[in-house]
Design a binder for this molecule. Structure first.
Ligand code: HEM
Length: 401
């Protein structure tokens, strides 16, 4: 955990619309009573990694077969695809065990999550791209890991691969035989295992590292909260009507996703209240700027403000501030545009209310928000069709140079 004053934790919590950020955490205190396991233990998820795929990844690196696996993986895309040939037997055996839903997965809830994500896709894209994507650059461990791994040198491709995960999870066929999510999640879990083997060999990464290897269960949960718990709070804050069944379906899809990413049941929140409680302990107090994160944010914002998407820089920077608060905006040096700031603060809630049918008045800037939603959707969808989707691949080395 990074150091943070209680005051800063409180102000961040308030900026992010959280009900309460009681105090800066010291020791890990979240009880697994609030988890899917339902046991009452306090185990620190930052001390838990993912030994089985980590060992598989170590062998893949030692055997020099990463490029061959990436080639074999190209044909492994749909949930119903057979495991590809051309992979070492130990990788195939491992995947045979994990490339499936857990016994506790609920098919009805997963189907309901597909409908939910379809209904709310445009809001989720806003929350994920301008909110979570930029927030990831002020999660110090994540920012450093991303920067110093191979993908950090080509952030455009890396961002596209990460969108692949969000796109596949939020797809209306995510869990169906023709959907992709189970495969994408398994590939991602192995990417993380390869990274756990590679990054400890990077002197520059280890110079500032505060754990023996990256991407513990706790770190994955932190990212989960920065995406899913944050989106859940945003939708409620924006006045979008979510039924209890929809909220349950959203959480369940993420519970299964966390399982597929190697997070143990004792850490997976069983309710949104338990998730918020966990986020209070492990996400909000940890945010802070790093050189690596600030550089990644600059690159990411450059893609979002690409003229072809039609999104004005001042608008994008102020939307990020609206979502993440001014402290984070200042850390990242986001240019102020007071007119856009006022417009977003006043008119975005009115725009959402109009779209959701709770108000009949379309604010004057409705066209601007329409354009923003279209531009952000393009970021996702241009990568979302199977023809153009950027495949997730295993890195074979750290960031070059
Ligand atoms: C790679 C998603 C948590 C660090 C990836 C990839 C995806 C992904 C889809 C493959 C595409 C790519 O190469 O970018 C997720 C999700 C997470 C999560 C959904 C949690 C819910 C984390 C955390 C860290 C991390 C906590 C570090 C602290 C990395 C790194 C790569 C990676 C370094 C490799 C990039 C490369 O190829 O060099 N992640 N991730 N991830 N992730 Fe994660």
């Amino acid at each position: 955990m990074g150091n943070i004053s209680r005051r800063r934790a409180l102000s961040l919590g308030a900026a992010l619309g959280l009900a309460s950020v009681a105090s800066a955490p010291k020791a890990w205190a979240w009880s697994s009573l609030g988890s899917l396991a339902g046991t009452d233990a306090v185990t620190d998820p930052f001390q838990v990694w993912d030994p089985e795929p980590d060992q598989v990844a170590a062998r893949l690196l030692a055997d020099g077969v990463i490029p061959a696996v990436n080639t074999a993986w190209r044909s492994w895309v749909d949930n119903s695809d057979p495991l590809p040939s051309g992979m070492p037997g130990y990788l195939t055996s491992y995947l045979q065990q994990v490339n499936r839903l857990p016994s506790w997965a609920d098919a009805d809830l997963l189907a309901a999550s597909e409908r939910y994500y379809k209904r709310l896709a445009s809001y989720l894209f806003v929350s994920q791209s301008l909110g979570s994507g930029i927030m990831s650059t002020v999660i110090p461990r994540e920012a450093r890991a991303v920067y110093w791994s191979a993908g950090g040198a080509d952030m455009k491709e890396r961002a596209a691969k990460t969108f692949t995960f969000g796109y596949d999870l939020n797809s209306e066929t995510a869990w169906q035989p023709t959907g992709h999510f189970i495969v994408t999640a398994n590939k991602t879990r192995l990417v993380h295992s390869v990274v756990r083997n590679l990054l400890p060999t990077s002197a520059r990464f280890m110079a500032t590292a505060d754990q023996p290897k990256p991407i513990s269960n706790g770190d994955i949960l932190r990212t989960f909260h920065s995406v899913a718990t944050f989106a859940h709070s945003n939708l409620l804050k924006w006045g979008i009507r979510l039924s209890a069944a929809e909220q349950e379906a959203d959480l369940h899809a993420w519970q299964v996703a966390l399982h597929l990413l190697g997070v143990q049941k004792q850490f997976i929140p069983a309710s949104w209240a338990a998730a918020q409680d966990q986020a209070t302990q492990l996400l909000w107090p940890d945010l802070s700027p790093t050189d690596e994160g600030t550089s990644l944010a600059e690159t990411l914002l450059g893609y979002i403000t690409d003229p072809t998407l039609g999104l004005d820089t001042g608008f994008v920077h102020e939307f990020v501030r609206y979502l993440l608060g001014n402290e984070i905006g200042d850390w990242l040096g986001l240019r102020r545009d007071w007119a856009q700031a006022a417009l977003i603060r006043v008119e975005w809630p009115l725009y959402v209310a109009f779209r959701e049918g709770t108000s009949s008045v379309l604010p004057g800037s409705g066209y601007l928000f329409d354009q923003a939603l279209r531009g952000i959707a393009m970021l996702y969808l241009s990568n979302g069709t199977s023809a153009t989707q950027t495949p997730v691949t295993l890195p074979a080395a750290n960031r070059p140079g």
